[in-house]
Write a protein that binds this ligand. Structure first.
Ligand code: GAL
Length: 368
């Protein structure tokens, strides 16, 4: 028994060291420093996590110290994990360019990168919000990069504003406030849409979602951040097909995250107050094309009016567990960007209502 115990401990230790971990985590502690295998605070802000061949990969914005860290000085960082608690540094997946004329020049703004795998082309596709060097947040473009290996290196392909020359897709369910008449825009926000038809629609905070049928969708804050657009991506995921809808027009939703549960589509987002936290909001739909029903604030308890100090970035389905979804949020520190923290909290579904409650610490056993 004693020998058995010692051997098993040794095996665990060897396994652990083979991943290079200095010390192991066995729970989530939202808002605390979260060290990687090298004992360094994870640097993957505004990120997303994807599962590939039994391993999770977390991609996010690499930040540096100070306010300069709010711009892209390094690129998109990748980490991997088997258990979601312990993350191994996989290095920089997409590097900024030293060529100052590049769209992704060092000092540009690269935010909210999301990676998806295309089963047809066997390529990994990364979309991100891009702002050109020296232009603050004016460009409002989508950037796309591609790789043969999940960890990269990702090759930057292009950046642009989606869906130039096009009107949204309407069906009988499209609500009146999502319909447009660019001859006489009904609201100022409709006017932003109409203004941008020629050059393409603005695209800032964003995510990418792959449905069960393999179709991918790009969801982004458009129209000066007043309206979300949900746009279909081409079969290779490298461009937009031109089919898109407007969601919650004029009501300023940012930081969108999209997931599917029991045949329904769910979306979580934030309001629009820059780096400062505000109340989260969620939406539900039975078709990806809507109608998307606004469901209010999913957070409950103390701090719920400010999303516990965080802002949504992704919803992570836990593999092998039914109804297990993790709400991933960033607690930004714009004065010292590298010190941004991560708030991961379990989602709870109660009578078809989505709830997110604060926990000082928790582990995956919280899911049945
Ligand atoms: C937030 C947005 C972040 C970043 C920031 C800049 O609203 O969610 O991704 O763009 O504004 O102020």
């Amino acid at each position: 028994m004693k020998i058995y115990f010692r051997i098993s401990t040794l095996v665990l230790l060897v396994l652990f060291l083979s991943e290079g971990f200095a010390q192991s985590n066995s729970e989530f502690t939202p808002g605390a420093i979260w060290n990687d295998n090298n004992g360094v605070h994870i640097n993957a802000h505004g990120g997303g996590v994807m599962l590939f061949k039994g391993r999770y990969y977390w991609f996010g914005e690499h930040k540096i110290e100070g306010e300069k860290g709010n711009t892209a000085q390094v690129g998109v960082h990748c980490y991997s994990s088997k258990d979601l608690y312990n993350w191994k540094d996989e290095g920089i997946a997409l590097k900024v360019s030293d060529d100052l004329s590049s769209d992704i020049a060092k000092g540009s703004i690269i935010e909210r990168p999301k990676v998806v795998y295309n089963k047809r082309t066997k390529k990994f596709v990364m979309w991100f919000h891009l702002e050109l060097l020296g232009e603050e947040y004016k460009a409002a473009r989508s950037g796309v990069a591609v790789a043969d290996q999940i960890g990269g290196p990702y090759k930057f392909l292009k950046s642009y504003r989606p869906n130039p020359g096009l009107l949204p897709f309407y069906d009988q369910y499209t609500s009146a406030d999502e319909r447009l008449n660019c001859q006489a825009p009904a609201t100022e926000v409709d006017g932003f849409f109409c203004r941008d038809i020629s050059g393409g629609q603005m695209a800032r905070d964003m995510t990418v979602f792959v449905d069960d049928d393999g179709k991918a969708y790009h969801l982004f804050a458009s129209e000066e951040n007043y309206t979300l657009h949900l746009a279909e991506l081409s079969p290779d995921y490298l461009s937009h097909t031109g089919k898109f809808i407007r969601i919650h027009a004029g009501r300023q939703t940012e930081a969108p995250a999209l997931f599917k549960r029991g045949g329904f589509y769910y979306m979580v987002g934030s309001g629009c107050t820059g780096w400062a936290p505000n109340a989260a909001r969620w939406f539900k739909a039975s078709s990806i094309w809507g109608p998307w029903t606004f469901m209010g604030n999913p957070c409950e308890g103390k701090g719920s009016n400010l999303t516990f100090g965080g802002q949504s970035t992704h919803v992570l389905p836990v593999a092998g567990k039914k109804d297990a979804f993790i709400f991933m949020a960033d607690k930004w520190n714009p004065k010292n960007a590298i010190d941004g923290r991560y708030l991961w909290l379990p989602m709870v579904f109660e009578n078809d209502q989505l709830k997110i409650r604060w926990k000082d610490s928790w582990d995956l056993s919280t899911f049945q």
